[in-house]
Ligand binder design. Structure first.
Ligand code: SF4
Ligand code: SF4
Length: 308
């Protein structure tokens, strides 16, 4: 059973707006996880993300990433939008509708950490949200928050997968640690909807082949969208949610209460013509501090115009 400190931290996490919070002992990841990661990079599935090959030892062992760390506190923050863009218009990945999640998540993580400092004297730690070689989804699974689906997302039973994950690595042992270790018996079962729905065949039983993934190609990739992939873009101009949209675990997804993730009306109101005529100045004004900054003006305009 989870101890009093863990319960108090979880209660505060929920008060701060997180949807879930779990605790895992900081230790090296399982040999199976290490094999999965190696297999993924050996296959070249990480495309041009060379950083995935670096710092393998840190990625596989959080106690090397944060020396002295004893507990990983994993939180999930809902980003499912209140209002979806009309299906007939250009599409942006849900996670990028509003403000850059790194800022929002870090802000909340530090608020949670301040609270923990009041409970646990002299505790030290670091906050992470996609900002370090840390396998967030694996650790979320280890805390008992959910399981990793065939779409490679962390799925929280009853809530779905539209969540950002954040981690606090602290040097204290939080009593009780995980009260619900890896969820037994809950998985994808015989479902393969995401594999069937992926427009490019990027999803495999071995993981996502980023060289074919529209999310990777429209956000991380530099240079032209490869031949054969442009035709698969459809209405997507930034990211792709297809393998989450078809997942039955997302059927009853609740919209986020975090107003920072709301799409500003001046973005929601852009017509296809407005997108095509976007200038660098207007881009800067519209997407300052937005997740869309990641692709840069050139990347976004490449996505918009490459289908012409
Ligand atoms: S994000 Fe889109 S392209 Fe990438 S794996 Fe999922 S469905 Fe396929
Ligand atoms: S769509 Fe089906 S196979 Fe894919 S992650 Fe969801 S439950 Fe698993």
């Amino acid at each position: 059973m989870i101890g009093e400190t863990g319960l108090a931290i979880r209660t505060e996490a929920l008060r701060l707006g997180f949807s879930a919070c779990g605790f895992a002992k900081a230790e090296p990841v399982s040999e199976e996880m290490a094999r999965v990661l190696d297999h993924w990079t050996d296959n070249g599935y990480h495309a041009d993300m060379q950083y995935m090959e670096r710092n393998r030892h840190l990625r596989l062992d959080p106690t090397q990433l944060v020396p002295g760390c004893r507990t990983l506190i994993v939180v999930a923050l809902n980003y499912y939008p209140k209002h979806l863009l009309p299906a007939e218009g250009y599409q942006i990945a849900y996670y990028a509708y509003g403000k850059d999640y790194h800022r929002v998540m870090k802000d909340k993580l530090y608020q949670l950490f301040s609270y923990i400092k009041m409970l646990v004297p002299h505790v030290e730690g670091r906050a992470f949200c996609d900002t370090a070689p840390l396998l967030e989804r694996y650790w979320a699974m280890k805390t008992g928050l959910g399981f990793i689906g065939l779409n490679r997302q962390l799925i929280i039973p009853g809530k779905g997968s539209y969540f950002f994950l954040g981690v606090l690595a602290v040097d204290a042992e939080i009593e009780g640690l995980s009260d619900s270790p890896i969820i037994e018996g809950i998985s994808c079962g015989g479902c393969k909807r995401c594999l069937m729905a992926c427009p490019t065949g990027a999803l495999t039983l071995d993981g996502i082949d980023c060289r074919r993934c529209l999310s990777y190609l429209t956000i991380e990739h530099r240079g032209p969208i490869p031949d054969g992939m442009v035709q698969k873009l459809g209405r997507r101009i930034y990211g792709c949610d297809t393998c989450q949209q078809v997942c039955p675990y997302n059927k009853n997804a609740q919209s986020t209460e975090e107003i920072a993730f709301d799409m500003p009306s001046e973005v929601a109101d852009l017509t296809a013509q407005d997108w095509h005529e976007l200038t660098p100045e207007r881009y800067k004004a519209l997407f300052k501090h937005s997740a869309i900054e990641r692709a840069g003006y050139e990347g976004l305009m490449r996505n918009i115009t490459s289908r012409n």
